[in-house]
Ligand binder design. Structure first.
Ligand code: EPZ
Length: 448
């Protein structure tokens, strides 16, 4: 019986410890960097563990804020989450007593919504906050909700919360999405894993993190398979068993460090980098003239001296995997600001994801905003230090790259965003020869 804690309809987010990053430019990066486990894979694996009462163990989990938020959200549900050593989490979702995912979790991390499918499938009910948008677009969750309804769930929306119930069990069905949605696909897979009958999901997202989730579910005994590049089929089971999983490495972090070497003129080797998951990105870099060698889990980058016109402009368009990841658009744009000529950037996934280029322009990049989805970058532009503000974690990491390539010391406000998704990012850059520091800014509390 869930305890009678009242809903906190009036939400006052916890005080945010804002951070400033100070990045000294003009230093060449050299050496080796170990790429961490994928944020976007880890969050879904932790959620998938609620599909069973048995213990699940995850290794190579990145030590990042979003994982800590997910762990806390699970603990608040009554799930046992142990963190026996760095990069290791163990989860046991015995009897969960409070099926409520509060706005507090959703406000910190949109990915908390991935709990809808598994909690509905396993426990038959959940109250979960609408995660809303962040600085890269509206970020609706309507497709997730429609998929759950197609699987037989009853979902009402009141005061910012979804009240979801599955009378009896969810029932297998055909789930058809109008657009490719990564977490929509993942929520549907997680719900279908315990549904009664067969589910077909299409177009199913093809991101490597989705296949990592499918691999884990198969180890749990789920009947789930990718039967065509954009199709996933699931035969629901009554119960699943505990399993272990080593988290796949983070392709977005890898792309970020490749660009760091390219724009500082350094020679950097990335260890544990998922070459096979970076196809479209590496094609762009080759076209731009970046010298790199990719073999299994290692990428060697030999950056050109800053100010040389070694890099060539090229047009890029983001797309669902295997296309160029929207999360790699910001780092790629920093590289293109240093390329000779005009590059056209088309952002097709999120409506506000080019907004951050305004901050890059403040550092001297030559940016022409054409419309919500297109921008032109003309280079090579000599970047200079500025005070800039981070909106989302991928833009944040890319402003660090710009700071590394700029003259002077750049001050980046909103540094805490970066720590949501990049493990030990300052130390990794410092170990490569960068000079940067993280400073706490004034505490900000949301007015009551
Ligand atoms: C995942 O977000 C990633 N997040 C994002 O990474 C990534 O940018 C995105 O996929 C695209 O690859 C996690 O995995 C935690 P979508 P997701 O559903 O699943 C629209 C990062 O920094 N849409 O694939 O939320 C949506 O607005 C983050 O790690 C609806 O309209 O993205 C977008 O235009 C940023 N209704 C498009 O679909 C819905 O119900 C694709 O979004 C859901 C999505």
């Amino acid at each position: 019986m869930a305890d009678a804690r009242p809903f906190h309809w009036e939400f006052s987010p916890p005080p945010v410890q804002r951070e400033v990053l100070r990045v000294a430019g003009g230093r060449t990066l050299n050496g080796r960097v170990q790429i961490s486990g994928s944020k976007n894979a880890s969050l879904k694996l932790l959620a998938a563990a609620t599909l069973t009462g048995e213990r699940c163990r995850f290794t190579n989990v990145p030590e990042i804020e979003d994982v800590r938020v997910m762990a806390e959200t699970l603990r608040d549900l009554g799930v046992v989450v142990d963190h026996p050593e760095p990069n290791v989490y163990e989860v046991a979702s015995g009897d969960v007593d409070w099926l409520f995912v509060p706005l507090e979790a959703a406000a910190k991390m949109r990915a908390s919504f991935i709990l809808l499918g598994p909690l509905l499938a396993r426990f038959g009910r959940v109250i979960i906050s609408n995660p809303g948008g962040d600085r890269i677009g509206r970020r609706p969750v309507n497709l997730h909700v429609e998929a759950m309804r197609a699987l037989g769930a009853e979902i009402e929306y009141r005061n910012g919360y979804y009240f979801a119930r599955a009378p009896g069990r969810l029932r297998g069905t055909d789930v058809t999405f109008p657009v490719v949605t990564v977490m929509g696909t993942e929520n549907a897979i997680l719900a279908a894993a315990l549904a009664d009958g067969h589910t077909t999901i299409r177009p199913a997202a093809q991101e490597p993190e989705v296949d990592a989730l499918i691999g884990f579910l198969q180890k749990m005994g789920a009947e789930v398979h990718r039967t065509a590049p954009d199709t996933v089929e699931v035969e629901g089971r009554k119960r699943l068993r505990g399993a272990d999983q080593h988290v796949v490495s983070d392709r977005i972090e890898a792309g970020t460090f490749v660009v760091a070497a390219a724009v500082t003129g350094g020679q950097v080797t990335l260890d544990g980098a998922p070459c096979e998951h970076l196809g479209a990105f590496l094609e762009v870099l080759e076209e731009a003239g970046v010298q790199l060698h990719c073999e299994r889990e290692t990428i060697e980058v030999r950056g050109a001296p800053p100010g040389s016109d070694a890099y060539r402009a090229c047009d890029i368009t983001t797309a669902p995997y295997p296309g160029l990841a929207t999360d790699l658009q910001p780092p790629t744009a920093v590289l293109l600001s240093q390329a000779t000529g005009t590059s056209l950037i088309r952002e097709t996934i999120f409506e506000d994801r080019l907004e951050w280029l305004g901050e890059l322009a403040r550092m001297g990049a030559n940016v022409e905003m054409i419309d919500d989805h297109r921008a032109a970058l003309t280079g090579p532009a000599r970047l200079h230090a500025a005070e800039v503000e981070i909106g989302d974690l991928r833009a944040g990491a890319s402003l660090i790259l710009a700071g590394l390539a700029a003259e002077g010391t750049t001050t980046i406000h909103g540094g805490h965003h970066v720590h949501r998704g990049y493990e030990n990012i300052e130390q990794k850059f410092v170990d490569l020869g960068a000079q940067m520091e993280r400073v706490a800014e004034e505490m900000t509390t949301t007015p009551a």
